[in-house]
Design a protein around this ligand. Structure first.
Ligand code: AMP
Length: 225
């Protein structure tokens, strides 16, 4: 049995066409089913639905053989857990080029971020992405107090909790709706296929053919674009 860990939403929706190219069709719709384990048309392949931040953990410890996780999630996971208990870490054979967005710094309209940075002010920055934010500001030589949040970062500057946020931005509509402006683009994000190294050894042929089919689907998509 091959177990693939996915999170609901963009990652699930955008992984489906890549799986289809590998001949794998998920039998149930996660939006209408409450099941956490979804069968596929292939008797030896199943999908488990987990929180996005849990995907690397499932794959690393063998709860799933493979998974799809955003680069943001992978960076934060590695910063927190290193190579994990097993020491084997995660094999990352493919950038799937899906769920694309960026990690950016945003501040309230009217806040002069450039002047604050120039003057060496200490900034309070709210974020879920503390490792990415810490590295970015350290590299720039900006002093920051990081405030870890788990949701709705946009609210932090509006309530005086923070001067700035570091968050994922896709269309920019969420920032605009909350009167925030993007002032720095830290990195581009897309989702990656991650594989448990031990599973790759034990189930080499099946996993390898899945990786190859997904890679072929990505290059076909890029040729069409
Ligand atoms: P947008 O309004 O399109 O810029 O989207 C921003 C909101 O969607 C923020 O709350 C982000 O945390 C979230 N978001 C955007 N892209 C992604 C992604 N690829 N994965 C997870 N969350 C995302």
């Amino acid at each position: 049995m091959i177990t693939l860990a996915l999170s609901k939403g963009r990652i699930f929706d955008e992984t489906l066409p890549l799986l289809a190219r590998a001949g794998i069709e998920v039998a149930e719709d996660p939006n209408t089913s409450r099941k956490l384990i979804l069968a596929t048309n292939q008797p030896d392949v199943r999908v488990v639905l987990v929180r996005a931040t849990d995907v690397p953990t499932y794959v690393e410890y063998g709860g799933a053989d493979l998974g799809v996780a955003g680069l943001d999630t992978l960076i934060e996971h590695t910063a927190q857990w290193g190579q994990g208990l097993t020491g084997g870490g995660l094999y990352r054979p493919l950038d799937l080029g899906i769920a694309r967005c960026r990690v950016s710094v945003a501040v309230p309209e009217g806040f002069d971020y450039r002047a604050a940075v120039r003057q060496g002010s200490r900034l309070r920055v709210a974020t879920k992405y503390t490792a990415i934010a810490r590295d970015f500001f350290a590299e720039k030589g900006v002093h920051v107090d990081l405030i870890k949040l788990y949701g709705s970062m946009e609210l932090a500057p509006l309530t005086g909790l923070a001067d700035a946020i570091v968050d994922l931005v896709s269309t920019g509509n969420t920032l605009k709706a909350n009167h925030l402006v993007e002032v720095e683009r830290i990195m581009d994000i897309s989702s990656r296929l991650v594989v448990n190294p031990a599973a790759l050894k034990l189930k080499r042929e099946r996993i390898r053919s899945l990786i190859d089919a997904m890679a072929a689907a990505i290059s076909e998509r890029e040729c069409q674009a």
